[in-house]
Design a protein around this ligand. Structure first.
Ligand code: NAG
Ligand code: NAG
Length: 425
């Protein structure tokens, strides 16, 4: 084809086949036509671009001249709509939080009317609201069960509401363990919010220990006697709860007799998981909850990273509390001096009511070096071994009664954090 075209061009130009000048003339068409075509094409494209550009400009000018006010209004609308959005985030978000919580915590929600009115009894003021005991209607008509309510009062900030809902969610995710206080449900459709926990019949272990000092029978006719064997039994259950927390990559952070609840049948339940929640949610360094210093491991007093092994240290103090029927730890050391006391390699001496085997366990918990302390599993094993030779007959006795205010002073705890019972209607 190309050959035919060439020949045809030569025929038109009337050239000889070996005319050199004719070769030039032959290419003349290409030399001239191709650039002209290119330039033409370029000019057309440029014109189209310019035309489109001008049309765009004209359209803009028309819009701004004919409807200048509208543009302003539109801008205003935009800014006010972002304002609305902002207001929603800050002011109405309690509502938003509750709306979304009603969905996420749906299976835990208990209708408020099932909490029998007039049965609310204030137990104490917690760190984020009051704690009540109340009667909850169960499925069967006429039957109720006693529950503990942790309340978040009205007028709570969105941040507080979010935190409170987070605590409920945390408890839900924690799952069930027979030695951890159980979440029964919640009321989160409106304020005040309630986190409903199981009630544990004998109440907190510290108060129980103090009651054991008196020669009394508890309200429910249960003799308040405690033997060394029972101390081990309660200890084993708390250690089992710690093993469970360890398995969940958590720690408790405030193991103490005041945070253990007891059932009639001596089932022990570790409660007050607020610090565990805070550490899990905001990081161990952002924990705001105050823990009395005399229960804390040295690494915590020194604000160093800590683990479940810090709970093991506190567990040693818990054993001491039980065997002394609720004596304050380090009675001769002011709370403010505790760190320097421990730094001088002091630990508590063996209480007179405590046998060697139990004291050895306490000492293993009070090793300065956290890695040398037993794990929860090691601890359960030591307790199981020691319980075999423990005394299940002799009732522990301490003649002196405890004055809560003096105790609070010596132990370095807030007296209001100790259980107080009030009745409100
Ligand atoms: C102890 O009592 C509680 C409440 O009545 C019950 O849930 C639990 O199963 C009992 N535990 C044992 C070991 O009997
Ligand atoms: C703590 O004990 C472990 C194991 O015995 C040891 O490897 C570590 O060096 C000790 N840490 C300190 C600070 O003494």
């Amino acid at each position: 084809m190309a050959g035919d075209v060439k020949r045809f061009t030569r025929m038109l130009l009337e050239c000889n086949s070996n005319d050199k000048l004719c070769v030039l003339r032959e290419y003349q068409t290409e030399v001239i036509v191709v650039p002209v075509l290119l330039v033409g094409f370029f000019v057309i494209v440029l014109t189209v671009i310019l035309w489109l550009h001008c049309r765009g400009l004209r359209a803009k000018q028309e819009q701004s001249s004919s409807s200048g006010h509208q543009v302003n209004d539109k801008n205003h609308e935009e800014s006010s709509s972002t304002e609305n959005h902002y207001i929603q985030l800050t002011e109405t978000s309690v509502e938003d939080l509750l709306n979304s919580a009603s969905l996420t915590l749906k299976e835990l929600e208990i209708p408020r009317e099932k909490l029998l009115p007039g049965t609310l009894q204030l137990i104490k003021h917690g760190c984020y609201g009051s704690i009540y005991r109340a009667q909850l209607e169960t499925g069967s008509p006429g039957k109720t069960r006693t529950v503990v309510l942790k309340a978040l009062e009205e007028l709570a900030s969105p941040q507080k509401v979010k935190d409170f809902l987070g605590r409920i969610k945390f408890h839900q995710n924690l799952g069930h363990h027979e030695n951890l206080v159980e979440l029964v449900g919640c009321c989160v459709n409106q304020l005040p919010l309630y986190m409903i926990m199981e009630d544990v019949s004998l109440g907190d272990l510290l108060t129980f220990l103090w009651t054991c000092r008196k020669d009394v029978v508890t309200m429910d006719g249960i003799p308040c006697d405690l033997t060394e064997r029972q101390v081990y039994e309660v200890g084993q259950q708390v250690a089992a709860a710690l093993a469970y927390l360890e398995q969940k990559k958590l720690f408790h952070g405030d193991v103490a007799a005041r945070n253990v609840l007891l059932h009639h049948n001596f089932t022990a339940k570790l409660c007050s998981l607020g610090l565990a929640y805070e550490a899990h949610t905001y990081g161990a360094n952002s924990v705001t909850q105050i823990v009395p210093v005399k229960w804390q491991a040295p690494e915590r007093l020194l604000k160093k990273p800590f683990s479940i092994k810090a709970d093991i240290w506190s567990f040693g103090i818990l054993l001491y509390e039980m065997i002394t029927l609720g004596a304050p730890p380090y009675p001769e050391v002011p709370p403010s001096d505790i760190l320097s006391y421990l730094q001088r390699q002091n630990i508590m001496r063996q209480p007179s009511s405590c046998q060697k085997a139990m004291y050895n366990i306490m000492k293993s918990c009070w090793q300065w070096n956290a890695t040398k302390r037993p794990s929860p599993a090691d601890l359960i094993w030591s307790l199981q071994t020691a319980i075999k030779t423990s005394n299940g007959c002799a009732v522990l006795q301490v003649p002196e009664l405890v004055v809560p205010e003096l105790y609070a002073d010596v132990a370095g705890v807030d007296v209001y954090s100790l259980v107080r019972e009030y009745t409100i209607l």
